[in-house]
Design a protein around this ligand. Structure first.
Ligand code: HMG
Ligand code: MG
Length: 396
């Protein structure tokens, strides 16, 4: 089932602008945020309290927050890489911050100059302090399917970082495909069940048995699937590969008592192998989400797709099908990470809104007003809109 309402987290003023070479005037950033709010967006990531040596474009973070301080009923999270950034953000009036870790060691090093473990220790301090101030914390995990240096990232690494941030107290975990390489992936297990169930029904035809158990079978196997993923992710994270195999065999034996029927046993064997295949094929959004969902509740997850390979909308759709209803995007598809070579902008908010409304999902966003905001910032930056929806509708 798809969600009825999707909360869009507009990241244009931060992720969208952080990579701009020429300095965008503070007044333009403030006006952009006001316009985004006026189009109906209720969460706008405003800026970052990071080192100006690392991201010069956002050196005016304090002034940007000052300019939007009076706007009521809108969340304005800001990025904070350490306690220093957190304290500066609070002093400037921030009510929500975001910490950003990575599932890839190489990206962690190039983006925040420390290991994943060190970053988590830093964030523990930030989160402890944020809790004392009653400040809400968003947690990012970057490179959730691929890294510019390391290539494919295993879902268990993403699950590990997401779990750590969630357990520390992040109220929402945003899963970032930083370089936009992810493809949706196929639910092989569901596919396999469908085949086996039709096969079962076909076999039972000559005996005129009225086979109605397909729903029960798929429900049971789904439960088994998520239990196996949970166990596999645990094994990968905590115990090591050899235990993974041992635990899996034990689990198989426990489950065998349920399988009196030889056909269902065959289903299990095929399902197990396809499950293993999914988990070992990285770069697939579905496999990554399955792994993370074993540790973080679905209503605490957001997805953050850059659209480098044009895969973002497809990836958002599978995420919605998994029950996720928070989507990050950037007006006009602005953006890119200065420390992720080859990363282009986030998926355009206009295109996300167009797709969601087409699916009958509410967003509270006025698409026409949003497209005007896209025009405003594109004109200011002197380039055409990165939104396909805007381009198409302007041609009509
Ligand atoms: P460092 O060089 O290892 O740390 O940087 P340092 O402690 O040596 O500090 C360097 C300088 O920065 C010092 O100044 C500090 O005082 C200052 P100096 O003494 O040389 O004059 N400094 C700060 N200044 C202002 N605010 C601060 C701050 N902290 C230190 N908070 C550091 C480490 C983390 C600071 C640095 O690496 C950094 O700022 N990185 C941020 C990089 C960044 O913003 N990347 C883009 C955002 S992440 C992203 O886009 C991905 C995401 O969208 C999700 C996805 O797509 O996957 C979220
Ligand atoms: Mg990003």
């Amino acid at each position: 089932d798809l969600p009825r309402f999707v909360n869009i987290v507009e990241v244009g003023p931060r992720d969208g602008l952080q990579n701009e070479k020429s300095t965008v005037p503070t007044s333009v950033k403030i006006e952009l945020i006001h316009k985004l709010v006026a189009s109906g967006l209720s969460v706008v990531e405003a800026t970052s309290f990071v080192s100006p040596k690392w991201v010069p474009q956002l050196a005016d973070a304090k002034d940007v927050l000052e300019g939007i301080r009076h706007v009521p009923d809108v969340r304005f999270p800001v990025l904070t890489p350490n306690l220093r950034g957190f304290e500066a953000a609070v002093a400037a009036g921030a009510k929500e911050v975001a910490v950003f870790a990575s599932a890839s060691e190489s990206f962690s090093k190039s983006n925040i100059n420390c290991t994943i473990k060190e970053s988590l220790a830093r964030y523990r301090d930030v989160i402890t302090s944020a809790k004392k101030h009653g400040i809400r914390i968003r947690g990012y995990v970057s490179c959730v399917v691929g890294c510019p240096v390391e290539g494919a990232i295993h879902p268990s690494k993403v699950a590990y970082v997401a779990k750590e941030l969630y357990d520390m107290g992040c109220s929402e975990i945003s899963l970032g495909d930083t370089i936009g390489v992810g493809t949706p992936g196929i639910d092989f297990v569901a596919l396999c069940f469908q085949h086996v169930i039709s096969w079962y029904q076909y076999l039972s035809l000559p005996f005129k048995t009225n086979f109605e158990a397909s729903d029960d079978v798929s429900l049971f196997l789904r439960a088994l699937q998520s239990q196996s993923i949970n166990m596999l992710a645990h094994c990968m994270c905590e115990k090591g590969k050899h235990l993974l195999i041992a635990d899996h065999i034990i689990c198989s034996f426990n489950c065998w008592i349920f399988f009196f029927n030889a056909t269902v046993l065959a289903t299990y064997v095929i399902g197990t192998f396809t499950l293993l295949a999914i988990l070992f094929v990285s770069g697939k959004v579905l496999a990554m989400l399955e792994a993370v969902l074993s540790f973080v509740p679905v209503d605490k997850l957001a997805v953050h797709f850059h659209d480098t390979y044009g895969q973002a909308l497809a990836n958002i759709l599978v995420s919605l099908q998994m029950g996720i209803n928070i989507v990050d995007s950037s007006v006009s598809g602005l953006g890119g990470c200065p420390y992720a070579k080859g990363a282009t902008g986030n998926v355009a908010t206009e295109d996300v809104v167009y797709m969601l409304h087409g699916l009958g999902i509410e967003t509270n966003v006025d698409l026409n007003k949003l497209m005007d905001v896209g025009d405003y910032i594109s004109n200011r930056l002197g380039r055409p809109s990165g939104s396909k929806t805007t381009t198409a509708l302007h041609k009509l």
